[in-house]
Design a protein around this ligand. Sequence first.
Ligand code: 3PG
Length: 317
Amino acid sequence: MSKPVVLLFEPIHSQAVELLAQHAEVRMADSLEPEYLLNNVSEVQGIIIRANGKVDRGLMEASPNLKVIARHGTGVEAIDLYAAQELGIKVVNTPEANVESVAEQCLGMMIILAKRILQADRDLRNGDWDSRYRLTGVELLGKTLGVVGIGRIGYRVAELCHRGLHMPVLYYDIVSNPEAEQGLGAVRVELEQLLETSDFVSIHLPLVPATREIINAQALNRMKSSAFLINSSRGAVVDQAALILALQHGTIAGAGLDVYASEPLPANNPLLQLENVVVTPHMAAHTEEALLRMAMIVEDVIAVLEGDEPKNPVLAG
Ligand code: 3PG
């Protein structure tokens, strides 16, 4: 009997590919252009998608044998979940896999911004030793952290900051988080209050209609001029044009960004000209450990293909 075909949208950890290959024929997409995909999915029974590409209804309908769509990572906004449910296709993801890596990157960005490490590095490489007299940072100790969306990653950022740096934690979420309240003394507040009071605002929201550009010009205006914004969730939760203006005009002190309104971030984007911004190319989850954990989504792919229940279904049923 021939093995089921699984299409990878992007490369994943080799250890996971080896495991998958024992159960399936693994194919690598040559392109993520819709036209290419539509012409290359007719035999596919499983798809593994990372941060790029889309699995919409059209693609699902063009793959009559499709049983499982696996998200290497967490956010499932590029998958039409309604269509998948209607068509009986399982959707799975790896909600735990990148928590530590992303949370550590957020903390790293806070420290880099607060201590002005990138500016100092650039200045010194340009022969400017005297920047040590100009560049004065701030400590994180005791500063207020505002967590927007306290899911797994938001919680871990709060924990690192509270336990390690005694930072009081405010959070905004549609549901309360008793663990954060009891364990970290976190206080649930309205978004407006969080923005007005926090020294560091770290965003950990999924991209859904209600969160799209939730951090807009008005929200940015509420922030302290000394405050820093960190976004490692989805670029579109921030109005990027408004953020650029806020950074240019000193409405806020700086930003650490791993995600953008449109990815890849174009080389001429004004964010890349700003001194008070730390940018990384959507790689907060890209550590040895998290890449392997995310790639082990293949276990759920194999489970579904072999008629077993997956460990991490996104949709019930
Ligand atoms: C990936 O490369 O697969 C992504 O970085 C996963 O992380 P995400 O949940 O932020 O998309």
